[in-house]
Write a protein that binds this ligand. Sequence first.
Ligand code: SF4
Length: 283
Amino acid sequence: MPDLQHWLQSCELCPNFCRVNRLEGKKGRCRLGSGLVVSSANLHYGEEPVLVGRGGSGTIFFTCCNLKCVFCQNYDISQLDYGRPVDRDELVRIMINLQDRGAENINLVTPTHQGAQIFEAVKQARRQGLNLPIVYNCGGYENPKFLEELEGLVQIFMPDFKYGNNDAGEKYSGVKEYHTYCGKALLEMHRQVGDLQTDARGVATQGLLVRHLVLPNRIADSQRVIDFLVSAISPNTYLNIMDQYHPAFHAADYDGLRRRVFQQEVEEVVQYARARGMNRFIR
Ligand code: SF4
């Protein structure tokens, strides 16, 4: 399996396609060079129950992000760059330690922009005895070509699918063609791992789990997200329709994002998903 570090030479790890040489310390839109920067690592019990099981999800938060969501609820990590550099050996130790503490999986949060470095560590951790499923927990703005290189390294893909159109992605997350690239990424993820599978305890072992955060005033264009999942991926897609939006970070500067989401708005999305034949979702 080829070393993934070459992706950093003219970086196209994500569809921002900055093409900067991160190996020489140049930085693109995600503001990271060639190192690894971790914000925190711990057993997490607040994730979806299929990831938590009894032992908790072994969650590692990575610093910075390839998106610039104006409403980001983890903006201290993603935009204010809270975290500390670690080397590959330390990241391997973090993963093995989470396994030793009983984690059900290794949950990589926002891995996209550090993907080359992270998955070299994953390969090393496998050689050193890591045997848990790897969860790729991302914002959905992925380069499908890079995802192709992860085949066999990721057991569970858990992307956000934030918007049903590209204009919203540009306005609220600061990137071009979010909807288009997220769709392509989901096709590749589903090709690799299929629909979500669980073991006898109901804990996820492999597959695709999609998160969609309902935004106020139909800003997320949720129905088009569901249309895509049903028609292009699978009506059996495991979907978490999330209702916890609150106006964080710069959201108050945007008309339509200044309030929490109404329960009625969330129900509308759930009813639409049901009407389109989806029946595997978390609410
Ligand atoms: S990972 Fe960072 S440097 Fe690479 S293309 Fe994306 S935003 Fe640009």
